[in-house]
Write a new protein. Sequence first.
Length: 931
Amino acid sequence: MATTTLSETEIATSKPQSTKYVYFFGDGKADGNGKMKDELGGKGAGLAEMTNAGLPVPPGFTIQTEASREFMRHGQVSTEVDTQMDEALNRLEQLQRQKLGKGDNPLLVSVRSGAKFSMPGMMDTILNLGLNDESVAALAKLSNNLRFAYDSYRRLIQMFGNVVLEIPKSAFDEVFDAKKKQKKAKLDTDLDAKALKEVISEYKKVVKKHTKRDFPQDSNEQLVMARDAVFRSWNNDRAKHYRRINNISDELGTAVNVQAMVFGNLGETSGTGVGFTRNPATGNKEFYGEFLMNAQGEDVVAGIRTPIPIRELEKIMPEVYRRLHQITTRLEKHYRDMQDFEFTIQDGKLYMLQTRNGKRTGRAAVRVAIQMVEEGLITKEEAIFRVEPNQLYDFLVPRLDEKEIKPENILTDKGLPASPGAAVGQIVFTADDAVEKAGHGAKKNPVILVRAETTPEDIHGMEVAAGILTSRGGMTSHAAVVTRGMGKCCVAGAGEVQVNEHVREMRVKGQTFKEGDWISLDGTTGRVIKGKLKTVEASPDDPELTKILGWAEPFRKIGVRANADIPRDAIQARAFGAEGIGLCRTEHMFFAEDRIPHMQAMIMARDEKERRMALKKLLPMQRSDFEGLFRAMDGLPVTIRLLDPPLHEFLPKREELMVEIAILPHTDAKQKKSMVEKYARFGAKSAADLKKILPQVLSRVEELHEFNPMLGHRGCRLGITYPEITEMQARAIFEAAVAVEKEGVKAHVEVMIPLTATLKEMANQAGIVRRVAGEVFEEKGREVHYLVGTMIELPRAALIADEIAKEAEFFSFGTNDLTQTTFGFSRDDINKVLPTYLAEGILKQDPFAVLDREGVGELVRIGIERGRKTRPHLEVGICGEHGGEPSSVEFCHQVGMDYVACSPFRVLTARLAAAQAAASEKLKVEGGRTK
Ligand code: ADP
Ligand code: MG
Ligand code: MG
């Protein structure tokens, strides 16, 4: 940093001596409570609350988040934190009648991170802290179990070495695996005390080698180092990345929980497990979870041993099971939400180690919310906020038939839900096999491509596969990103699955699967299930969904329209509840195979006459599309944007043409034939024509070439320079409107002029539209009501909105282009800088995904205000990608828009987001959703 003096904010936030940094919990009471998530983090608040409720929680203390923020600022905590921590440790030692790492009965603790919002797996926990060469012997004697003591110690060195001393995990794994090999041990548990003792001494060498010092034997030193490592881990890359994608502030910091250890690995009357009070995949009210006997901490989730379904605990330890069920039911009632909990059984005694509101799928969220209303646990108004709008996507993709899923057939439920939906198919292990086995046409077989991870070379296989399963990689791995783009089901990073591509084999839970075996994937929950399961189609009319929307929607103030270009999409959007079309991009009607030639002919035209000829061919096609849209929306508004795109999108690439001209003399008959086909739309009838036509096309492409087409000859500039285009489109619109009205369908027409920046542009285009409307109505002897408005997508338009509103009867904010032109970021190239911008914290979010309220949003606000100064009832909407993104929808509600428009698949999300925005305003609740 450039300056060494304290900044004003630092002075202002530097705390007086009296700050309470450390909160004790134990013996039935806690200094803190469940509401103090800001200070204690989610985990610490939960531990305090459970302690206060008299539940069996191992005692300990929480160092609050303020210490973490201090650590961020100064690279260390103040002495006051140390003092308070020492006091708390003293108190803990007295309560337990033990000393940390000392004596015959040494106190051992876990050091656990815990921020306000749960950040699963982001910051690592250290168990068994306090063990050293002396206390390990005491522990062995005390437990009468040498193996247990050594196992605990080697785990500490490993975790401490990795998390605190930042030694790569692999350094320890190598030692451990070598030992297993040497002793011919299959499982970790096959290593005996002697072997573990050897592991410990080799682990110590690893520590010495990497850090040039010995593994710390002083337990208090271990504790301080571990605490600071947790604070440091707040800023590790994984944590930063998680916060970014979940929109969690970097400023919050984390708490540290220090808690007396309980041991699930003391023998066959001990164990550890995790669970949910309801099924997080389906929302069904059932006790759900799993455990392992004789195991510690992460063993259950690490996938080394196969855990047992929680119901089995009833048989093994009925009393413990009953107590656990009773406690967690009570916790659910207390928190009034589904709980996700962790427990450990030590020598037959149950301890609770964590509870929090459980994450769940969209379907489960809806079901749990409804059932909790029925049970009288929450109100309908609260239920509205229990579902994340984005999660409603779950209702729009197919899913596995839950009735067919038998627990014993679940191969893993710990894969990442990388891309939602379901896929059922036969296993293949390479992209080429996928292509071969999937077949095509009538002989199509569903295949699941199973890989350790995917790379760009696998694309062809991914394209034909019904679903993808990978054993490595996260939510942003290649497989995850690509499949989400394809809208294809994917389970990624399923660590329990071992894939051997060479021998074409997949192993999981001791079973081996070969090419051709059937498996089923659930990309919504991350489950992989053996066998050929039935799938259930998407269900936007699901009765439970309808019910919860029925509670939410009466609050909603703004309309939700869809962006739909063709009748098929419009019909779908209406089924999802769209109340109109907010954006029909007329150029998209021309991407179809049979139409693009006419569009190209229109673009290639050298003069008005040629252009009119091409337009004449386009007219009937547009008209029939518009008729289809009007019929689909019968009476609901249909906003049609006149031709907007940079024309080059419709033409062959300049470079490609140059290459083809160069190679033409060297091509064989077959290649020539395919080139003739390709250029038929430009008039090529035989190979002989190519020599003449290719250069012609090239020269036209070069004439049309623009250095910056996104800011070029597009939008209303097109209709102003070539008024015949606007005329044709207006004619198609009004002829279609009159035609459907004659059939008794109601057409609600809104004609939208794109990319205006001046009143005169608007007046020019509106003039043509109104003139043609008059002509058509005259010819057909029938009038149709319509509006002419504009898309606001340039800063200038927003600033002079009062002028533009003189001619424009409605505004629709095109926030994709408005973001592009406000930031000066190219939409298509932003990914070169965005990752760095996000990593550096220069931008918090991708402004093309989440509306930038401060800048772009301010222009929107100004545009609405000025527009309505001229025209008080000006209709205002949004039609960018933001129209289906919950936080942006909330903004649109707040600035008083009449509607948002989004793609059909986001209509449900937008409806709920708009309802939540209005409800939270009315009910004065802070968007109390489950994080
Ligand atoms: P995470 O946030 O990754 O869940 P936790 O702090 O909850 O991390 O702990 C990781 C594992 O260690 C969990 O299984 C937890 O139950 C276990 N654990 C944490 N503290 C203790 C303790 N004091 N005694 C026994 N097990 C513990
Ligand atoms: Mg945990
Ligand atoms: Mg635009």
